[in-house]
Design a protein around this ligand. Structure first.
Ligand code: 3HC
Length: 333
């Protein structure tokens, strides 16, 4: 069975007094906003948390190419095709930076990829939904990349150096992705009635899965307390979700479309938009492998992994030959 299941491993956060001296010194560095680098001491649980999150993030970028790549050959103009191609290539690049960042923690790219194809590692729930029409590509850019930016901008200031630095470039590119999606929807919304209806339909389907991207509600988020103490997470799942909703409502108004939530309304007291109940059963069901495209996405990754085996083997054999030759070279005094 596909293993995108929630397995709660949340531990209560230790106080400084409960920590051993090494761990305490580490936490004090974090509290002082010092950046942690690969060769620094870190508790094994910090290392494992980062490996889990960064590899999930990398996997999401790689799997995230699939719903959009599907439309490259069907983009309506040469310009749209070039933009979409660039965007999908960016996602591949993001995956690679992130796998490299995770490798600094002592896991290999091979292991991470193997875990993904074995269904033992997660990728974002959002990529288990289908892109049915061209307007979906706009909705993905506006909503999915928009949600990703809100989640990822704070990661530029997270405590682990290689992750935070990788996020700087990623966020710049995600910002372009979000704008291209919104611009595409603006074009469609000023087109024919059919085009505007196509946008409304796409937004109706992508809205709720996009706000689920931020993860379970805070009270069910098993890793948040510890990840916030380590400054891997600077905001909670619900805080970021609220920020996203607040940002999207005026943008939807500007497009002249509605968001599919009758409970969405401005709350003068909190200064936020209130929104309706999220269908968490759907979220957990997608995580358990039952989303509309889980099998297709994982099947595509498995095929790519197997198809590329001969090439990886070739590279490894070439490297082994070079290492062997280097070993046999006479040493120069
Ligand atoms: N999809 C799949 N799994 C999810 C999820 C989602 N949207 N949200 C949470 N989960 C999983 C967690 O991985 C965790 O699983 P585990 O215990 O088996 O490891 C479990 O649900 C409990 O959730 P928590 O809130 O306790 O987990 P985290 O503290 O890790 O928070 C997160 C989840 C907010 C997604 C955090 O990991 C994060 O910020 N990750 C970095 C960003 C990222 O991975 N984004 C994915 C989208 S990338 C992308 O969007 C590409 C772009 O091009 C569009």
């Amino acid at each position: 069975m596909y293993a995108q299941m929630v397995k709660s491993t949340g531990q209560p956060v230790k106080t400084l007094d409960e920590m051993d001296p090494l761990e305490r010194a580490f936490q004090e560095r974090i509290n002082a906003n010092e950046m942690i680098e690969p060769k620094d001491f870190m508790p094994d649980s910090y290392r494992q948390t980062l490996i889990r999150q960064i590899s999930q993030h990398a996997n999401s970028e790689i799997v995230g190419q699939l719903p959009e790549g599907n439309w490259i050959t069907r983009a309506p103009t040469l310009e749209r095709k070039a933009i979409l191609l660039a965007k999908v290539q960016d996602e591949a690049g993001h995956g690679l930076y992130l796998y490299c960042a995770a490798e600094t923690l002592g896991i290999s790219r091979e292991e991470m990829s193997q875990k993904l194809v074995d269904g033992k590692a997660r990728y974002s729930s959002i990529f288990n939904y289908p892109t049915l029409t061209w307007a979906d590509i706009g909705a993905v850019g506006w909503l999915v990349d928009g949600a990703a930016i809100i989640n990822q901008v704070p990661l530029q200031r997270c405590s682990y150096g290689p992750y935070s630095r990788a996020m700087v470039r990623i966020c710049k590119e995600e910002s372009f992705h979000q704008r291209q999606g919104y611009a595409m929807l603006q074009t469609l919304c000023t087109g024919t009635d059919e085009q505007k209806a196509m946008v409304q339909d796409a937004v109706n389907r992508w809205w709720w899965p996009s706000i689920m991207m931020f993860g379970p509600p805070d009270q069910e988020s098993v890793h948040s307390a510890q990840s916030e103490a380590w400054k891997i997470k600077l905001y909670s799942n619900d805080e970021l979700r609220q920020k996203f909703v607040n940002q999207c409502v005026p943008q939807a108004d500007h497009l002249g479309i509605s968001l599919p939530d009758p409970d969405l309304k401005w709350n003068e007291e909190t200064g936020n938009y209130d929104f309706g109940e999220i269908n968490w059963d759907e979220f957990y069901s997608v995580l358990q492998g039952n989303g509309p495209c889980n099998n297709e996405r994982l099947g595509a990754r498995r095929k790519a992994w197997e198809d590329g085996r001969w090439f990886r083997d070739g590279l490894a054999a070439h490297q082994a030959k070079q290492d062997d030759a280097a070993r046999k070279m006479p040493k120069v005094a």
